[in-house]
Structure formats: structure tokens, C-alpha cells
Write a protein that binds this ligand. Structure first.
Ligand code: BYC
Length: 317
């Protein structure tokens, strides 16, 4: 009996169904490649732009210990950006192209990083809420169907979980401190709560990529499913801090076994995504300046690599 000839697309579909990772040299549909480039590069940009709001507090951290921890956290974000850029490069896009897309505004980065960090409590709120949302979204990405992305996410998630604890601990210390410190923690929570919910993206009904990305097992849960899990987790953790989430509609629903919560301001979300948030211009300016100021380092590194390559060829010959 002759074996049926399998075409590339059938092999790809079978691997997805069997939970076998797709690797860089495997055949993949062009749209799958483009979806991954879009998501992974935007994820990388988010990590790099995400260093800015926290970097703003490195020189003003309240103690040497806090400064060391914050420095380490911000360096972790840089590392996450680098793994993710490398993962995206395996799909055939260059680092320069990705950076160009960020600088020209073609590629997005997470809306959350366009809000200002006004007080030290904001650093706690970012760790607790922003990194908390990141973990909720990224743990399922450790099982994403594309091998290099899923493997990068395993290390990223381990580090994010330390980040969330350090944020929670900053707030716990403030909440157990003076009345003013507790107020500062509550104020940070009031400002960061709704933007954190927006991190999960538009409602499922408005999420144009979700259906296809879930079929391809890039995404494992929808935006709304992850957002709900996040609300359920944070509502309980807020009790430990004795802080109040700024949502009058937040209420445990016995029937659903989930918290109900209020309406998200989608107009604000799209406004921020489209470049008009409080810090969009400042963030992009900072990234462009860093890129231009670092040109001499990239040139020197390239010249050094070229010299080493020539030296090695001469030795081999
Ligand atoms: N902000 O069809 P949808 C971090 C865009 S880093 C801006 O649902 P998808 C951290 C979306 O891109 C956190 N844009 O899209 C770092 C799409 O537009 P395009 C970053 C958003 O891809 C430092 C359109 O809206 N995490 O945690 O299926 C310090 C329609 O959306 C946002 C990741 O990147 C947003 N919030 O789902 C601390 C995780 N939401 O691309 C912490 C990986 C949506 O067609 N990414 N848009 O122009 C994902 O999981 C998915 O891409 C998303 C969106 C859930 C974000």
C-alpha cells in the first residue's frame, strides 16, 4: 500500500494538534509567521519601553536596598526584551527592522507604559499589578506553539514572579506605615488599576487576532478570560493590603464564582494605543535618543566582530 503524501500545511497542522512545537526551520503559513513577528516584537518593545517608568525612580528609591532591587528588576526587563528580539529574529526579521517599526509608530507596545510614575508607591503598584497582569498573560505563553517564544517565556515568567512579589512587598510596607504612606499606596492603586485591566487587550468581541491565534495555539486563553482571572486574584490580594480597588461595581458573584467588575473605558484605551496617552511622546523620544546615542557602541561592536572574524580566518588558513 502506498503511503499518502503529506503536504507542508498538513504536517504543520498535525504538529499544532499534537502539541509539537514549531521550530524556526519548519515550514509555517506566512500569516502564522507574521502574527508571531507582530506579537513577539511588540512584546519585546513593551519590555524595553517598560524600563522607562521604573527607571525614573532608580535615583530616588528610598534606600540603598530598594535601589539595588529596582536596578536588578529593570535589568531583568532589558534581558526579557533581548530574549524576545532574538526569538523574533528566528522568524526572519532583523533587529534593525523591529526597532525602526517601534520608532516610526508602526509597531505597538503595551498601553500601560504610557502612564507616569508619580510617587514611590507607583513602583509598588507596577510590580503588583503590571507584573501581575504580565504573569497572568505570559504563563500560558510558555505553552505557545512556537518553540523559541515558548522557551523564552519560561525564564521571563520566573523573573516576573519575583517582580510581582517585590511590588506587593513595597505596598505592604507602605500600608503598614504611616497614614500618609497608606494614602500614597491607595492613590497609586487608584491610578494603575484600570490601565492594568486594559493591558489584556480589547474585549474578545473586538479582538481581531484572538480567534486565529487561539487556533494556532499561540494564545491559549482569550483576553477576557485572562482579565477575569486577574481581577479574581487581585481582589483577594487587595484584602491583605487593606486597600480598596477603585471600582464600585466590584462584587463577588456566587453564581459565576468570579468577581463582577465595572466597565472599562475603551475610549481611553484606544486613545493611549493610538499615541495620545499621557507619556507616549516622551517614551518614544527617550527610546529614539537612546538608539541614536548608542550608535557608536553598535559600530564599535560590529568593527570588533569583523576584526575577530578576519583574525580567525587567517588562523584557520
Ligand atoms: N497595548 O486582537 P488583539 C510587561 C493591540 S510587558 C497596546 O486582542 P492580540 C512588563 C493589539 O496589538 C507586557 N496595544 O491582539 C514589561 C492589536 O493591534 P495590532 C506586554 C494593544 O495580539 C516591563 C489590537 O490592539 N505583554 O509585562 O491577539 C515591566 C487588537 O488586539 C494592547 C505582551 O506583549 C495593549 N494593552 O492580543 C513590567 C504579551 N492590547 O497588533 C512588565 C504578549 C491589544 O494589530 N502579547 N493591543 O496593531 C499578547 O499576549 C497579545 O499580543 C495581547 C493582545 C494580549 C497583548
Amino acid at each position: 500500500m502506498r503511503m499518502p503524501v503529506l503536504n507542508a500545511e498538513t504536517i504543520f497542522d498535525d504538529k499544532i494538534n499534537a502539541e509539537i512545537r514549531i521550530e524556526p526551520k519548519d515550514w509555517m503559513p506566512e500569516k502564522y509567521r507574521q502574527t508571531l513577528i507582530r506579537q513577539i516584537s511588540q512584546h519585546a518593545h513593551s519590555e524595553i519601553v517598560g524600563m522607562l517608568p521604573e527607571g525614573n525612580w532608580i535615583t530616588r528609591a528610598p534606600s540603598l536596598k530598594r535601589k539595588q532591587i529596582l536596578l536588578a528588576k529593570v535589568q531583568d526587563e532589558a534581558g526579557h526584551g533581548l530574549y524576545l528580539y532574538s526569538a523574533a529574529e528566528t522568524l526572519g526579521i532583523s533587529r534593525d527592522e523591529m526597532i525602526e517599526q517601534l520608532h516610526s509608530g508602526k509597531a505597538k507596545y503595551s498601553s500601560i507604559f504610557n502612564y507616569p510614575t508619580l510617587t514611590w508607591a507607583d513602583i509598588g503598584a507596577i510590580g503588583w499589578l503590571v507584573d501581575g497582569a504580565a504573569i497572568m498573560n505570559q504563563v500560558p505563553l510558555c505553552r505557545a506553539s512556537y518553540g523559541p517564544y515558548s522557551r523564552a517565556m519560561i525564564r521571563v515568567c520566573k523573573e516576573e514572579s519575583f517582580h510581582q512579589r517585590q511590588g506587593f512587598e513595597i505596598l505592604l510596607v507602605l500600608c503598614q506605615g504611616t497614614e500618609d504612606q497608606k494614602k500614597m499606596a491607595q492613590d497609586a492603586l487608584n491610578r494603575w488599576w484600570w490601565p492594568s485591566l486594559m493591558m489584556f487587550g480589547p474585549h474578545d468581541s473586538d479582538s481581531m487576532h484572538s480567534e486565529q491565534s487561539m487556533k494556532w495555539k499561540i494564545k491559549r486563553f482569550s483576553n477576557d478570560e485572562l482579565r477575569q482571572r486577574f481581577v479574581d486574584m487581585i481582589a483577594e490580594q487587595a484584602k491583605v493590603l487593606d486597600l480598596t480597588l477603585p471600582d464600585a461595581d466590584l462584587k463577588w458573584n456566587e453564581v459565576r464564582s468570579h468577581y463582577d467588575f465595572g466597565k472599562i473605558n475603551w475610549e481611553e484605551f484606544w486613545n493611549v494605543v493610538n499615541g495620545n496617552g499621557p507619556c507616549n511622546k516622551q517614551r518614544l523620544e527617550a527610546r529614539k535618543n537612546a538608539w541614536n546615542d548608542g550608535a557608536w557602541v553598535r559600530e564599535a561592536a560590529a568593527a570588533h566582530a569583523e576584526k575577530r572574524a578576519i583574525r580567525n580566518t587567517v588562523k584557520v588558513a
